[in-house]
Unconditional design. Structure first.
Length: 82
């Protein structure tokens, strides 16, 4: 399992966002600890899914770039006269 480390300042901001979400969308007030636990749960559940998709996207981009480089290398070949 991949452990996601979020800088404390950023995590505090996310905790505040979770609290705001619960307040605005669900009309529920939750404390910092509940918001942090919810955030940790979501990171644990969604983190690997998002990470794996990012890896797949990265792989696609790299393969496309490699194909372009391969085409450019073939374009550099000189014709051979026999």
């Amino acid at each position: 399992m991949i452990v996601v480390k979020i800088p404390r300042e950023q995590k505090n901001s996310l905790i505040s966002e979770v609290q705001t979400y619960f307040d605005m969308e669900r009309s529920e007030t939750i404390g910092e600890l509940a918001a942090e636990n919810f955030l940790d749960f979501m990171i644990k559940q969604l983190g690997p899914i998002i990470y794996n998709q990012a890896i797949r996207d990265c792989r696609t981009v790299v393969m496309q770039q490699m194909e372009r480089v391969d085409e450019e290398i073939y374009a550099l070949e000189q014709p051979q006269n026999y």
